[in-house]
Design a protein around this ligand. Structure first.
Ligand SMILES: [Zn+2]
Length: 299
């Protein structure tokens, strides 16, 4: 009697515990907003995602706050871009004392080196902005899916299904970006952005990008860099320069004015927009950028 009641109690507790374990989302930290969106797409209702660098934030110059260390400490999975994008992440992980598994989203990407633009020479650096090629985003999604299943094996089927559905959307997105850019004449496939964040986009979709700041928004563009870009914009009749959501617009406005180029719209390189803005998800960001480039370059 007593035993069976005790047994029932244990059973009830066990059921209650497993039910509450199911209801408790897997805490995941992603280093920046674009990665945060990809984790949400794959994790769905099973995960609670915190992006350390939020909408319109600049991950290059980010300085973590104590609250960020707490988020990392509480996480079961930390998803980072890699390729040197988050210079602050190793120290943050160490300082937080977290036991979280770390997934490097760009681990399957073939990195490209920054291209030297014209006569201003930068030291060769790995370009971290791999997500700007949709094919690379697909590889990010696979890494995230496997990382989530690793820390939450009970969710594997859900993560597999979510990832498969999202990968199909990425295939459609890739075709859409190509179609949007297809009409740009060969001679007009050149643009200037503030920092060199579109190297993967350019390589994948057949445009040529120049940027005065190099692959990190933190490196200062010197007067010499800017003068060289202005000369090149004039000489090559580069049709448009673009503003980025993470960079000061004044530099680009100056280059457009002095180089005689059109100031194109605002494009999203390293961060999403706020939820109500034009680029609140990765899919919408890539569509928005392709539309902006196409509109300014079509002729
Ligand atoms: Zn960047």
């Amino acid at each position: 009697m007593g035993r069976s009641r005790f047994g029932m109690l244990l059973l009830a507790l066990a059921l209650g515990w497993s039910a509450s374990a199911r209801a408790e989302p897997v805490r995941v930290v992603a280093t920046f907003s674009i990665l945060g969106d990809l984790v949400r797409q794959v994790g769905g209702v099973r995960v609670a995602v915190t992006a350390l660098v939020g909408p319109n934030g600049d991950a290059h110059s980010f300085v973590p706050a104590p609250a960020d260390a707490q988020s990392v400490a509480a996480a079961r999975l930390v998803v980072v871009n890699g390729l040197g994008f988050e210079g602050w992440i190793d120290r943050l992980i160490k300082a937080s004392g977290t036991k979280a598994k770390v997934v490097v989203a760009a681990r399957g990407v073939v990195p490209i080196e920054e291209e030297d633009g014209g006569d201003h020479g930068h030291a060769h650096a790995i370009d971290p902005h791999a997500w700007q090629n949709v094919a690379n985003a697909k590889s990010y999604v696979a890494a995230i899916r496997d990382g989530l299943a690793g820390v939450d094996p009970a969710g594997k089927a859900a993560y597999d299904a979510n990832a498969a559905a999202y990968l199909a959307k990425l295939d459609a997105l890739d075709a859409e970006v190509r179609a949007a850019l297809a009409g740009i004449p060969e001679a007009r496939r050149r643009i200037v952005t503030t920092h060199d964040a579109f190297g993967y986009f350019a390589k994948a979709y057949g445009l040529r990008f120049l940027a005065p700041q190099g692959v990190s928004s933190q490196s200062e563009a010197t007067a010499r860099d800017v003068a060289a870009i202005v000369r090149q914009v004039r000489r090559d009749k580069i049709p448009a320069v673009f503003l980025e959501n993470v960079s000061d617009p004044r530099l680009m406005q100056q280059i457009a004015r002095e180089g005689g180029a059109k100031a194109g719209g605002r494009v999203f390189s390293d961060a999403l927009s706020e939820p109500g803005g034009p680029a609140p998800t990765y899919l919408e960001m890539m569509r928005h950028n392709a539309r902006e480039f196409a509109a300014a370059l079509a002729g």
